[in-house]
Design a binder for this molecule. Structure first.
Ligand code: KIV
Length: 319
């Protein structure tokens, strides 16, 4: 359904127009109208970018309704303004500002070194893109494990200073008290169970969880986080059959990553699906584009053209 049009008109003024009002050189103006204007109402000389904003802002009740209505929920990570614009423009329901930023952006081997300040920085950059998707910010290691008071304060910062609409907390039954406390102060929590990357040392690596006699524990975790008030739960790295059972049992949506096709939604890391992480590609990732060679080729061409004098030309220079 179309709720509004966003029309961004970018007008390039001529030198003579710019000189008339004394504001200097060629200049551009950006107007944003959240109205039902059509292109015919535009100032002449303007061109338009239309789209991206024909959706209503996604909300927690709408995410819950998607599960009830059997509509699959789509989620991807983003960590900065340009990717948030692109991911949102692609129509995802949820943008996860994942602490995977520590790995795919900052180059760490695990998510453990990621700090509150770093997550706030990434979350603010994503929120500045004004996405229609629900923005869920990951809580970094040691920002919530140390007790309810720390958890409430830090989750509150992610909403108040970061601008996220919800937070994500890793852990099941062991973190139910934290999820309950944070949910009780009206901060929506997405839980995260199964392969929880912040538990890498306990798990002895990034290993599939919930096989054989571990399955019951994962099911118990799922029930515990729902009872504690989580609005959704990420199921990571568990057998597809177990994820299907959990998804059928819970009333809150399950968002899978490496958890098979029966989850209520799916999430992946944007760098993985675009082929920007050449180091390691997990089995559960599908690569939708292979951008790394394209970027390398563009950089190589730029370097060659600067060295040869082919760039810049008159076209890229001011008179
Ligand atoms: O940090 C992250 O990106 C995540 C997803 C992989 C679920 O937690």
């Amino acid at each position: 359904m179309i709720y509004c049009w966003q029309i961004v008109a970018v007008t390039y003024r001529t030198d003579s127009e710019a000189n008339r009002d004394g504001r200097g050189g060629p200049h551009r103006e950006v107007f944003q109208h959240y109205t039902d204007l059509t292109v015919h109402d535009a100032p002449s000389g303007a061109f338009f970018f239309i789209g991206g904003s024909m959706r209503k802002k996604m909300t927690i009740p709408e995410i819950l309704k998607m599960k009830r209505d059997g509509k699959r929920i789509t989620a991807l990570t983003a960590y900065d303004f340009p990717f948030a614009r692109l991911v949102d423009g692609g129509g995802v329901d949820i943008i996860l500002v994942g602490d995977s930023a520590g790995v795919v952006v900052a180059g760490h081997d695990t998510t453990l070194p990621v700090t509150m300040d770093e997550m706030l920085y990434h979350t603010r950059a994503v929120v500045r893109a004004d996405p229609k998707a629900l923005v869920v910010a990951d809580m970094p290691f040691m920002s919530y494990q140390t007790g309810i008071e720390d958890a409430c304060r830090n989750c509150g910062r992610m909403i108040k200073e970061g601008g996220a609409q919800a937070v994500k907390i890793e852990g099941g039954s062991n973190m139910a008290h934290v999820i309950r406390a944070v949910s009780a102060i009206d901060i929506p929590v997405m839980a995260h169970i199964g392969l929880t990357p912040q538990s890498v040392h306990r798990m002895g690596g990034f290993r599939v969880q919930g096989r054989n006699d571990q399955a019951e524990r994962i099911m118990d975790d799922a029930i515990a986080v729902q009872h504690a008030g989580a609005f959704a739960v990420t199921l990571e790295g568990i057998p597809a059959s177990l994820a299907a059972e959990i998804s059928a049992k819970l009333t809150i949506p399950t968002i899978g990553i490496g958890a098979g096709p029966s989850c209520d939604g799916q999430v992946l890391v944007i760098h993985d699906i675009l082929g920007l992480c050449e180091k390691y590609s997990p089995k559960f990732v599908k690569r939708y584009a292979d951008l790394a060679p394209l970027i390398s080729a563009a950089v190589e061409q730029y370097v060659a053209e600067v060295r040869s004098g082919e760039f810049p030309t008159e076209e890229h220079s001011f008179s």
